[in-house]
Design a binder for this molecule. Structure first.
Ligand code: PLP
Length: 379
C-alpha cells in the first residue's frame, strides 16, 4: 500500500505506542489485570473531561452516547432546545424525535456561531424546556459555539440541563466541564483521543444524574445508571472493547504527560497555521469568525468544486481530508488538525492543497500558503 496521510476530522492518525498497546494479546475483562487498567483510565478520563464525576464508556460510535444522553435524562413529550447550525445539530433533533421528545430548533446560518441571547430568550419564553442540546465544535462547518456563555444561561434553570456534543472537540479545544457547569459532555474515540473509532463517552453532572433518576424513556445497552454502577467497580455491564480500552489507557497517559494546556496550545497553533496558509492563498474561511481549533473549513475558490479538491487529494496524493456535507457540499473542504497531528502534517496538507488547486486551474503562487504556515509555526 502506498503511504497514506490522514487529516480528516475523524478518524484521525494514531500514535505508534497506542497501536502497539492495542496489538497486545487480549485479556479477560473480568480479570484483575483489566480492572487495573480501567481504574487508571477512569482517572485519565476525569482529567481530560475536567470533571470530578465518572466518565461512562460505551462500545459504539459517538452517536450512541448522544442517544444515551437523550434517553437517560428525558421523558416522552418533554421539550428540548436544539442549536442547529450544521449537520450534527440536526442529529440531536433527529434523536429527540425518534424518542418522542419535542425539539424546538434554533437554526443558525452554516458557518456562523449562535448568539447566546437566543437561548436566553427561548428559555425565558418557555422555562419548561428540559434540555439544551448543542455541539461544542460543529464539525460540518468548523464553527466553535460559545459553550461557556450558553451554559451560564442554562445553569440558572434548575429544570434544564446543558448537553454538549464534544465529539470533535474534547482533547483539542478547552472545555472544562465542571467549571463551565456543563451537565452532559459526549465524546468519541476517533477524534482528538488518538484512537480508532469504536468508543463513545458520556460524563454527567450531579444535576444531570438527578434527571436520570426521573427519566422514563426506554433504554437498554445505553443505560447510564447500570453502566455507572459497573464502572465504579472497574467493570462494565457488557463485554467492553478490551483492545480499544488498552489503547485508550496509552493515549490518556500521553495527554496527561503533555498536560491539557500544552495539548490545547498545540491545536491552536496548528489551526492558526492552517488558517493563515489558506488566507495567504487567497481563499476564504467558511467560519471566518467563530472558528474551532479542531478543524478548518475552507471555501473552495469560485469555479472550483470542493469535492474535486478532496477527490484529487485522496486519489492522486493519498491525502485524506473531508469535503462539505449537505448544503456545503462542493462549496468547502475541511482540513482537520486534531489529535496526533504536528506541524509537518499541516505543512504537508497545505502543500498538497496548493498542488491540487493548481491542477484544478486556480491561479496561485505555489509555496505562498506553506510559507505563511511556516511563519506561524515558528512563533
Ligand atoms: C460533532 C460531531 N457529532 C457527532 C458525530 C457523530 O459521531 P459518530 O460518527 O462517532 O457516531 C461526529 C462525527 O463526525 C461529530 O463530529
Amino acid at each position: 500500500m502506498d503511504k497514506q496521510y490522514l487529516l480528516a476530522p475523524g478518524p484521525t492518525p494514531i500514535p505508534p505506542r497506542v497501536l502497539l498497546a492495542m496489538a497486545e494479546p487480549i485479556i479477560h475483562h473480568r480479570a484483575p489485570v483489566y480492572e487495573k487498567i480501567l481504574q487508571e483510565v477512569r482517572e485519565g478520563l476525569k482529567y481530560l473531561f475536567q470533571t470530578k464525576n465518572e466518565v461512562l464508556i460505551f462500545a459504539s460510535s459517538g452517536t450512541g452516547a448522544m442517544e444515551g444522553a437523550v434517553t437517560n435524562t428525558l421523558c416522552a413529550g418533554d421539550k428540548a432546545l436544539v442549536v442547529e447550525g450544521g449537520k450534527f445539530g440536526e442529529r440531536w433533533a433527529n434523536i429527540c424525535k425518534a424518542y418522542g421528545v419535542k425539539p424546538h430548533v434554533l437554526s443558525g446560518e452554516w458557518g456562523q456561531s449562535i448568539d447566546p441571547a437566543r437561548i436566553a430568550q427561548s428559555l425565558k419564553e418557555d422555562p419548561s424546556i428540559k434540555a439544551v442540546f448543542t455541539q461544542a465544535t460543529e464539525t460540518s462547518t468548523g464553527v466553535l459555539y460559545p459553550i461557556k456563555e450558553i451554559s451560564e444561561i442554562v445553569s440558572h434553570y434548575p429544570g434544564t440541563i446543558m448537553v454538549v456534543d464534544a465529539i470533535s472537540h474534547l482533547g483539542a479545544v478547552e472545555l472544562p466541564m465542571d467549571e463551565w457547569k456543563l451537565d452532559i459532555v459526549v465524546a468519541g474515540s476517533q477524534k482528538a483521543f488518538m484512537l480508532p473509532p469504536g468508543l463513545a463517552f458520556a460524563a454527567l453532572s450531579d444535576k444531570a444524574w438527578g434527571f436520570v433518576a426521573k427519566s422514563t424513556l426506554p433504554k437498554f445497552y445505553f443505560d447510564f445508571k447500570k453502566e455507572l454502577k459497573n464502572l465504579q467497580q472497574n467493570q462494565s455491564a457488557y463485554t467492553p472493547a478490551v483492545s480499544l480500552v488498552m489503547g485508550l489507557s496509552e493515549s490518556l497517559k500521553k495527554i496527561q504527560a503533555d498536560g491539557l494546556v500544552k495539548v490545547f496550545s498545540r491545536h491552536a497553533l496548528l489551526a492558526k497555521a492552517t488558517r493563515e496558509a489558506m488566507l495567504a492563498l487567497g481563499l476564504k474561511l467558511y467560519a471566518p469568525q467563530a472558528y474551532s481549533n479542531a478543524v478548518t473549513a475552507v471555501m473552495a475558490p469560485p469555479g472550483v468544486d470542493g469535492q474535486k479538491v478532496v477527490k484529487i487529494l485522496r486519489d492522486k496524493h493519498n491525502l485524506t481530508i473531508a469535503g462539505g456535507q449537505d448544503q456545503a457540499k462542493g462549496k468547502i473542504f475541511r482540513i482537520a488538525h486534531m489529535g496526533y497531528v504536528d506541524k509537518f502534517d499541516v505543512i504537508m496538507a497545505v502543500a498538497a492543497v496548493e498542488m491540487t488547486l493548481k491542477e484544478l486551474g486556480y491561479s496561485l503562487e505555489m509555496g505562498k500558503g506553506v510559507h505563511a504556515a511556516m511563519q506561524v509555526l515558528l512563533e
